[in-house]
Design a binder for this molecule. Structure first.
Ligand SMILES: [Zn+2]
Length: 279
């Protein structure tokens, strides 16, 4: 599933192609994508409008259109946004939405499992409300401080892995980057987040930021066939420290990496670097 670095990679690749362009045609071929809003309503709302910017919040990607109209998209499990330059034909599999631009470039939303979504919001307040209802702190923003993390964690008994995956706490972190961050911070994934002391929270904050930044530097990770907007694959999977490395030696101490289930997800950690919490 695309996480923050994968979505940020798509944003950075689409931005230069889309910013300032006008959407001249929109075809929603799978109405489930924008349900319960009717497909023609969404098509009408975005068609003819100029794209002022391509933005990201957590794992959401937004086309900010003129007149304060926002198209907010989520890739979920298998969604992809592909850019096709003008003059090129493209009929990819699992196509759900096609945007044609005034320079004949196209943006295609493909999605094998069809969990991805698109919603149109009118007005900046509606956009803020939409995100506030769903997302916590933005981990690459200035507001992601140790104090902010401590306030979020205080009194919570949730395992730290589950805490990191909860988008209403920290937005954009998914299974890969949670595992990588916990390894970097030397925290066991099942440690109750409310019991982490300030130095550990500081280490965790830094580790989350570093893991996400490295992911972005690698243009994201490619698992489950995720591709970025240029149709290329990211390479962060080659730099995983623990994720998907069960049975291999820890890069830090040589101990065999283990896999457990935490928060319903396959979770990878080093039993020596990330000692199990005493109960
Ligand atoms: Zn280790």
């Amino acid at each position: 599933m695309p996480e923050l670095p994968e979505v940020e990679t798509v944003r950075r690749q689409l931005g230069p192609h889309l910013t300032g362009r006008r959407i001249t045609r929109t075809t929603v071929s799978d109405p489930l994508w924008c349900s319960p809003a009717p497909a023609d309503q969404v098509e009408d709302a975005v068609t003819g409008r100029r794209i002022e910017s391509v933005d990201r919040r957590g794992k959401y990607l937004t086309f900010a259109l003129e007149d304060e109209i926002y198209l907010v998209m989520h890739l979920r499990m298998t969604g992809n946004l592909l850019f096709v330059p003008g003059g090129h034909e493209a009929e990819p599999r699992f196509l759900r939405v096609r945007f044609v631009l005034d320079d004949a470039g196209q943006v295609l939303f493909t999605d094998q499992r069809r969990f991805g979504t698109g919603v149109v919001l009118a007005g900046h307040d509606a956009l803020t409300d939409y995100f506030d209802a769903r997302l916590g702190v933005e981990p690459l923003g200035p507001e992601f401080t140790v104090d902010a993390l401590r306030a979020l964690a205080r009194g919570r008994r949730a395992p730290v892995k589950a805490f990191l995956l909860n988008q209403e706490r920290v937005a954009g972190v998914g299974n890969i980057y949670a595992d990588e961050a916990l390894f970097r911070a030397r925290i066991h994934p099942l440690k109750p987040v409310g019991t982490l002391r300030r130095p550990k929270l500081a280490a965790l904050r830094d580790a989350v930021v570093e893991s996400l930044r490295l992911g972005i530097d690698s243009k994201g990770a490619t698992i489950d066939d995720f591709r970025n907007a240029d149709g290329a694959y990211g390479s962060f999977q080659d730099r995983f420290l623990v994720h998907l490395r069960a049975g291999e030696p820890c890069t830090r101490c040589g101990t065999t990496i283990r896999k457990i289930r935490a928060a319903g997800r396959g979770t990878y950690f080093c039993p020596k670097c990330q000692p199990r919490p005493r109960v």
